[in-house]
Design a protein around this ligand. Structure first.
Ligand SMILES: [Zn+2]
Length: 385
């Protein structure tokens, strides 16, 4: 099984599925392999027609079953000085090198390699495969896939997201919500502040209000929160605007993020900011300049994976791996989106996040073998269900 998996992984690495580029060839390859063992495969293209999600099912078309999920895109290799061609997999010293080996084509290769075995056993419980696009740019593909699944009324029960966790079971991570807020004021001479609308000054007031919310959030963490730190964090990453000392700045931009530990915190922040802009900042700006604007662009809103007291996926994986607990991680994944569909979800996959996105990314053969062992144990379990 390891040899088959290595061959599939080598095929997958050869598809240069950097997020900006098409993943269609890889999706077609995965769909063909799954159909060969009897899966019903559905390809959902995005609006550009350049990218697609794949959702495939082995076994009966009933509610329940387990989703094995991975993203097909990889981060760029530009500006990285690789020892060998990043899109040609190389085996050296017990490691498989190549862009995407660890994040996260290794897991996909293992799932595909096991598909013929799953096909023998899935009489009572379906095994689903969800392979998405544009995870690295904000889980765009998974968002669309979840919408498509809701529409087609497919209701899997459990999901494993095979991001690299060194095969540890992960039951939670914070969300990551990123925004750019832009201020349009009115230019003028610095000596006559009342005749212009200084976008930089309004941006400063906005940031100051946001920092007030940031402080408030530290008191709002659920008592049971195991995150580090336990509350929802806010970071103002960049402020841009204006040109020189004596000109009233007509434009400014604030780039900021929050990493929520619970969904209610995101609505708390968004509603407070909206009210502050509508009731205080905009009326003041528009008194001088009726066309003044504040607009917020959503760069990405990746829901967190909220740890739950009861989680059947965690229970199953603990049984299958012999692990005695589950952990949290600081990085985001598509897991929260699947959780939002009512599934029990864990993140568990081969390779270390330490190697993800880096020059000479690799996956150790040992990790890949562990992943296959988990999937083989899962396969034995499927027919018992
Ligand atoms: Zn990843």
């Amino acid at each position: 099984m390891l040899e088959t998996t290595k061959q599939i992984l080598s095929d997958l690495i050869a598809f240069p599925t950097v997020s900006v580029d098409s993943n269609l060839d890889m999706i077609a390859y995965l769909a063909a392999r799954l159909e060969d063992c009897g899966a019903k495969a559905q390809i959902f293209q995005d609006e550009t027609g350049k990218k697609a999600n794949l959702f495939a099912t082995l076994g009966p078309e009933i509610d329940g079953g387990i989703v094995l999920s991975g993203h097909t895109d990889v981060v760029p290799v530009a500006d990285q000085d690789w020892t060998t061609d990043p899109f040609v997999m190389e085996e050296r010293d017990g490691r498989l090198y190549g862009r995407g080996t660890c994040d996260m084509k290794g897991f996909i290769a293992a799932a595909i390699a096991m598909a013929p075995n799953f096909a023998q056993r899935v009489t009572n419980m379906p095994v689903h495969f969800a392979f998405t696009y544009d995870e690295e740019t904000g889980c765009i593909g998974a968002g669309h896939l979840v919408e498509a699944l809701k529409e087609s009324n497919i209701k899997p029960r459990l999901a494993i997201i095979g991001e690299p966790t060194s095969m540890r079971i992960i039951e939670g991570h914070k969300g990551c919500f990123e925004y750019s807020t832009r201020f349009q004021g009115l230019e003028g001479h610095g000596s006559a502040p009342d005749l212009g609308v200084n976008a930089v000054e309004y941006a400063a007031r906005y940031v100051s209000f946001l920092l007030g919310l940031k402080a408030k959030l530290t008191t709002m963490a659920p008592a049971s929160s195991r995150f580090e730190p336990p509350w929802t964090t806010v970071n103002v990453g960049a402020i841009r605007g204006g040109s020189v000392h004596n000109v009233i700045a007509p434009k400014a931009q604030v780039d900021w993020e929050m990493r929520p530990v619970q969904a209610s915190d995101t609505s708390f922040v968004k509603e407070a900011l909206k009210a502050y802009c509508e009731n205080e900042l905009l009326p003041a700006m528009r008194k001088v300049y009726p066309d003044a604007q504040i607009s917020t662009e959503v760069v990405g809103e990746v829901a967190g994976l909220i740890p739950k007291d009861s989680n059947e996926a965690r229970k199953l994986l603990m049984e299958l791996t012999g692990a005695n607990g589950a952990n949290l991680v600081p990085f985001g994944t598509e897991a929260g989106l699947f959780q939002s569909m009512g599934m029990d979800v864990v993140v568990c996959g081969p390779g270390s996040i330490e190697q993800a996105h880096k020059t000479d990314e690799f996956l150790s053969l040992d990790q890949l073998a562990h992943c296959l062992e988990l999937l083989e144990n899962l396969n034995r379990r499927i027919s018992e269900k």
